[in-house]
Structures are given as C-alpha cells and as structure tokens.
Design a protein around this ligand. Structure first.
Ligand code: BG6
Ligand code: MG
Length: 212
C-alpha cells in the first residue's frame, strides 16, 4: 500500500491512558449502581465523553437524570481522569512509539494524531510528544466522534494528504469503522484486533514500519 501519512489514535495506541478512562468511568458507573467491566469499557474506546455516558446509562435503573445531572457526571468523570493524567511524564511513552514516529518522518511520511479526546493537547504536552507530529486533530475540532470519520478527515486535511494515502492506527472498533468510512487504510492494535475489522492487525506500533 502507498502511504503518505499515518494517523495515530491517542488513547490506547500512543499512550495507555485507556486504563485511566476505564477507572474514571468505573467509579462513575458504580456510584450510579451500574456494574462496569473491561468488556463494557471496550465499547467506549474512541467514543466521545458525552456518548460514552449515554452507553453507560443503558444499564441505569435509578431516577431519571436531567441534562444538568448528566453535565455534572461528565465533569466529575473528567476531573477524576485529569487527576490521573497529572502523574504522566515522557516515561509513559514507549521507545517503540518514539522510534516509530521518528522513523516515519525520516522516510518522509507525515504523522498526525486523530483522537476524540479533548484532553489530547494536555497529554501530548505532559509526555513530550507535541513536536513529534505534523498535525493534531482532536475532540476540540469535531462535532461527531468515531465511528464518524470527521476526526480522521480533519487530520488528513491538516497534513494536506488524500485520505486514500492515509493509514490509521487504532485500538477501537469505532476507530477502525471511522477509518474505513474515511476511505483510509487501517491497522488495528490491542482491543480492536479481536473483531478483525481492520486491513491488518499489529502487535506493536513499530510493526507498521514493515508494511509501508
Ligand atoms: C477517546 C477515548 O480517545 O477519547 C474515549 O478512547 C474517550 O474513551 C474519548 O471517551 C474522549 O476523551 P476525553 O478526554 O475528551 O474525555
Ligand atoms: Mg483509542
């Protein structure tokens, strides 16, 4: 495949913040009397904060929640999550990730982030990854989260490349569906490998260097 840009998802691909999302949502769900497992969490991968709450509330049996109640829950979830992010440092990025980003750029391939998260800029800053990318498209640039292709199309636009020459690396089924909807190539890692929806499954981000 001819690839001119690689678009990386953030949470669960470049950094393992997916575990912090899980712990924060588990606390919120449990306080609402809802059981919340790792399997439930897989449905939230790549999905916006507000849409994630709606998925969690599918199992809610308490009194009806108002718009303000939901806003308060979303704020609480993010406060718990951001508290966890404060402990992140450059050491939270593996050498595989750093070496792969550098190797891609050395080959003249553009690298971008395509994430639903509104905390993207903060995470990239804390982990010293900001300067490793040609462009960042995130939750602050979009109105529809994955599986809608909007964030990946924005990333392609930001690096001025045709979607057909972009490869998306994703740990979420919703992200793989978004990549396909964007007309891009797709590589699944972690949880997204189980559904076999992507063009290829990889064990480590560095594996993409062997297929380009
Ligand atoms: C995605 C995560 O990257 O970002 C989702 O996989 C998360 O789990 C979404 O809900 C939104 O993140 P944030 O940081 O804006 O709440
Ligand atoms: Mg992810």
């Amino acid at each position: 495949m001819e690839i001119k840009a690689v678009i990386f998802d953030l949470d669960g691909v470049l950094v393992f913040t997916d575990k912090y999302h899980f712990l924060a949502w588990k606390q919120i769900a449990n306080e609402l009397g809802i059981d919340f497992t790792e399997k439930d969490n897989d449905r939230l991968r790549g999905v916006s904060r507000a849409d994630s709450l709606e998925i969690i509330l599918e199992k809610y049996q308490g009194e009806e929640l108002s718009k303000d109640d939901k806003e308060a829950l979303l704020k609480k979830k993010n406060d718990i999550y951001v508290e966890q992010l404060m402990q992140m440092s450059p050491a939270d990025v593996t050498s595989d990730v750093r070496d792969t980003l550098k190797a891609l750029r050395d080959r003249g391939i553009k690298v971008a982030v395509g994430s639903s998260s509104k905390n993207t800029a903060y995470i990239l800053e804390r982990t010293d990854l900001t300067s490793c990318f040609d462009a960042v498209a995130d939750g602050t640039h979009i109105t529809r989260s994955k599986p809608d292709p909007e964030v990946f199309l924005k990333a392609a636009e930001f690096v001025s490349e045709d979607p057909a020459y972009c490869l998306v690396v994703e740990d979420a089924d919703a992200g793989i569906d978004a990549a396909i909807a964007a007309g891009m190539h797709s590589a699944a890692i972690g949880a997204a490998t189980r559904s076999n929806r992507a063009e290829i499954n990889i064990d480590s981000v560095k594996d993409i260097l062997n297929i380009l």
